[in-house]
Design a protein. Structure first.
Length: 652
């Protein structure tokens, strides 16, 4: 293959421009990222070798080697991992859409706008998987020489970050990848503020960022020794002998094998950051050792922040698996349920086979036992947090509450035991004080006369509070749960009841208030419906198939009209959610409710008396319906027609 020149993907060019022009002040993190990538490459080789030993090429000694060179102003990071072929080079280094670059750039822009300071975004590099490109923060040129394990052809990739890169065939005796960074003038030499050709500086950075990397990170150190005589004594005046000594810079001791009492909070945090590419202190740490039927050690974390793609299809949950401290699988999805997919960590068990396949894992009794125990541990801890540390739990809820709600909704298809596990952990914003409330707290403060748990759906609190359907409940001082996320109502539907109390949407069916005043209003409404039967029928006829029913309302106080859904079918918000997913099969059965005490109702009666076929009557019916749609946040089918009718009405 002759030397080829290729252009970077457009977003990659943007990213390189940010790196090269030093938007980040913490330049040293590039070493953390490249070592992390090297460790991942060895992980991939180790996993592949479980089923094909030949790709090891007779060398099972994994290592990462660093070579700072003061003379050539270079720093080389070399690994004997899986390596890459030409196609993988193009995919991984020339195009980085898969790495979440667009999301990275958007998040960076957002943080800069919010904080007015780029320094806070240093950790975004690792968080969004664009770590390789951090090398360009310190590089004039980056050269990659790589050969995929089991293949003969090696590839040399090179770029100065100018928007293009070159590739050509080359020779490489060993598998793996070697990255040589030709450093910029500010990053080498004794006078440089950040000298990346200095052995001691490199050693300190490895200790700081990569001490728990599971493979040895090695580097040569030049030492001088005074010659010794036959008795082992130093020979005075003798010229010192220069020697090269290979040192391992990281401890590599698995943190989870230590006693909990011997591990500091900082060590747990450091392990999370280096092992799982997290950049903030963990929210929760679970370190457990179990003996008995199944022996295992687990070290699990709830991160401080939800991954940017947690609810995207490309998110890969999973816990690392080890057997007797030997890594066997990166992302085992069979350990924890999907609703705990945000949990990071590992399990080490001597009861697992080193060559266990994914198919066998799904049938593994030991693995199921471990998974159930871990799930129980996490949920009990969250229950304690909700009870003892409300502020801390609400931070957790803000980041990961949606996962639990999705878990409850999915239980409709997988089993109701999930509902019983999770319903006590749910929080919803309350109309009482605008703060989060649990279902238990809501029920405990319900008045005895209240038979149902009332909830309302909307995009935000302010919108819900202005809904006409809220008027009567506000007047009676009844608490309403605000469901602000589209998944909330689906979760409520899955739960159905809590403490023998049914859930009742303020926008579906009747409110079923049992107090004397409400019964009186209901009776009055029924009488009004009878006396205005012809009017109601003709409004329904004027609206044709736009509504399933028109009713005199018992819930409205000051508003003229509202739209509700039938209690038995999907709600209006559910219909909207399905439509957003391009699923138009589920339609709410729309019911138009009219306030008989509003001046508009009197106007309708007058127009109807003049003739149900009059254009004014038909226009008023249509305007009322469209007004109800807008109140619900639904765009009218014909906004221009609606605007024209309003204009005509104003001109009269």
């Amino acid at each position: 293959m002759a030397k080829e020149t290729h252009e970077f993907q457009a977003e990659t060019k943007q990213l390189l421009n940010l790196m090269i022009h030093s938007i980040y002040t913490n330049h040293e993190i590039f070493l953390r990222e490249l070592i992390s990538n090297a460790s991942d490459a060895i992980d991939k080789l180790h996993f592949a070798s479980l089923t094909d030993k030949s790709i090891l090429e007779g060398n099972e000694d994994y290592e990462i080697f660093l070579i700072p060179d003061k003379d050539s102003h270079t720093l080389t990071i070399s690994d004997n991992g899986i390596g890459m072929n030409k196609e993988e080079i193009v995919e991984n280094l020339g195009t980085i859409a898969k790495s979440g670059t667009k999301a990275f750039l958007e998040q960076l822009k957002k943080e800069k706008e919010n904080a007015g300071n780029a320094d806070i975004s240093d950790n975004l590099i690792g968080q969004f998987g664009v770590g390789f490109y951090s090398a360009f923060m310190v590089a004039e040129k980056v050269t990659v020489v790589t050969r995929k394990a089991g293949e003969k052809e090696a590839v040399r990739w090179e770029s100065t970050g100018d928007g293009s890169y070159t590739m050509e065939e080359c020779e490489k005796e060993t598998r793996g990848t070697t990255i040589t960074i030709t450093l910029g003038k500010d990053f080498y030499g004794d006078s440089a503020e950040e000298n990346f050709t200095d052995n001691w500086n490199i050693q300190n950075l490895v200790k700081k960022y990569s001490d728990y990397v599971r493979y040895p990170i090695k580097m040569n150190f030049e030492t001088e020794e005074t010659p010794r005589d036959e008795e082992g004594k130093e020979i005075e005046g003798a010229e010192k002998i220069k020697k090269t000594e290979v040192r391992t810079l990281n401890s590599m001791q698995p943190l989870w094998t230590k006693n909990k009492s011997d591990i500091s909070k900082e060590e747990y945090s450091k392990f999370l950051k280096t092992q799982f590419h997290e950049w903030e202190e963990p929210m929760e740490v679970f370190h457990n050792k179990a003996e008995g039927t199944v022996e295992y050690t687990s070290l699990l974390y709830i991160p401080a922040k939800a991954p940017f793609n947690l609810y995207h299809t490309d998110y890969e949950p999973g816990i690392q698996l080890y057997s007797r401290h030997v890594f066997i699988m990166d992302k085992c999805k069979d350990l924890l349920p999907d609703y705990l997919g945000f949990v990071k960590g590992l399990v080490d068990s001597p009861d697992l086979s080193l060559n266990i396949s994914r198919e066998l894992l799904q049938q593994s009794r030991e693995l199921k036992t471990i998974g159930k125990n871990m799930e129980k541990t996490i949920l009990k801890s969250l229950e304690r947090k909700l009870s003892k540390d409300r502020e801390g739990y609400e931070k957790f809820w803000a980041e990961f509450g949606k996962s639990l709600k999705i878990g409850i909704y999915n239980s409709m298809f997988t089993g109701n035991d999930i509902i019983n596990k999770l319903k006590e952990l749910l929080l919803f914003v309350s109309s009482k004080d605008g703060k989060n409330v649990s279902l238990k707290e809501y029920v405990e403060r319900m008045p005895e006369s209240q038979k149902k748990i009332y909830y309302a759906t909307g995009t935000d609190q302010a919108t819900i509070e202005k809904l006409p359907q809220m008027e009567l409940l506000k007047e009676k001082g009844l608490e309403v749960l605000y469901l602000l996320d589209p998944v909330d109502e689906f979760a409520i539907e899955a739960i159905r009841t809590y403490a023998d109390k049914e859930f009742q949407s303020i926008s579906r069916g009747d409110l079923d208030l049992d107090d004397a005043e409400s019964q009186e209003v209901k009776k009055e409404t029924e009488e009004l419906a009878k006396t205005n039967d012809d009017l109601i029928k003709d409004i329904k006829e004027a609206l044709a198939d736009k509504v399933a029913e028109v009713k005199i309302s018992a819930r409205l106080k000051s508003s003229a009209v509202c739209l509700v859904a039938d209690a038995q079918g999907p709600s209006l918000s559910m219909e909207h959610t399905f439509a957003a997913m391009d699923n138009h099969m589920f339609k709410a059965k729309r019911i138009l409710e009219i306030n008989p005490h509003h001046a508009l109702f009197t106007r309708l009666q007058g127009l109807h008396s003049a003739g149900k076929d009059s254009q004014d009557f038909k226009d008023y019916c249509d305007l009322l319906y469209t007004q109800a749609l807008i109140i619900e946040g639904i765009m009218p089918e014909n906004p221009v027609d609606f605007a024209n009718k309003i204009a005509e009405l104003m001109a009269k």
